[in-house]
Design a protein around this ligand. Structure first.
Ligand code: PNS
Length: 162
């Protein structure tokens, strides 16, 4: 069984994440989408909401499970879950510069490898932060998030007129 972990805040999950997770699922027997908690970060959505949004979109797909990652080391979480790889999407060279030291550190900590997948061109500009900002200012983000996430954004955001 080759298991991979796709970690992230997923605040909220968007189509760029989903595309990378789907490609990871083509390469591994099982993909654990690990929703992280970092108490230094301010999230729009609670951990339960972030997990629920991910499960609504991914929950029915065989070979993909969504779980809380907790607040500990990612490398240790992967060891406990029996995952041989972390899968991350890369949108740009700055993503790579940010990710590379963590990939090396994670491998040195527990031997877990990091696999980078180039982001699909249509989603290369996406981030949860940008999607929230555009949505909050009245922009249409329906092309970039699943319907259930759009509904949650609509329900939780006091939208202003553009
Ligand atoms: O979606 P994000 O916020 O960019 O996800 C970040 C995440 C969860 C991948 C990152 O914060 C992480 O790896 N957290 C675990 C803490 C850890 O292991 N730190 C040491 C990294 S070498």
């Amino acid at each position: 069984m080759r298991r991979a972990v796709c970690p992230g805040s997923f605040d909220p999950i968007h189509n760029g994440h989903l595309e990378v997770i789907a490609r990871a699922a083509n390469q591994f027997d099982e993909v654990v989408v690990a929703v992280s908690t970092n108490y230094a970060k301010r999230y729009r959505f609670s951990i339960d909401e972030r997990i629920e949004m991910a499960r609504r979109t991914l929950g029915a797909i065989s070979g993909i499970i969504v779980e809380p990652m907790g607040e500990g080391l990612l490398a240790e979480y992967c060891r406990q879950r029996g995952a041989s790889a972390i899968v991350k999407g890369l949108r740009s060279s700055s993503d790579f510069d940010y990710e590379l030291p963590m990939a090396i550190m994670n491998r040195q900590l527990t031997g877990v490898e990091t696999v980078f997948l180039p982001a699909e061109a249509h989603y290369v500009h996406l981030s949860s932060t940008l999607i929230k900002e555009v949505h909050d200012l009245g922009g249409d983000v329906s092309e970039f998030v699943p319907r259930s996430v759009l509904a949650r954004l609509d329900a939780t955001t006091p939208r202003r007129s553009p």
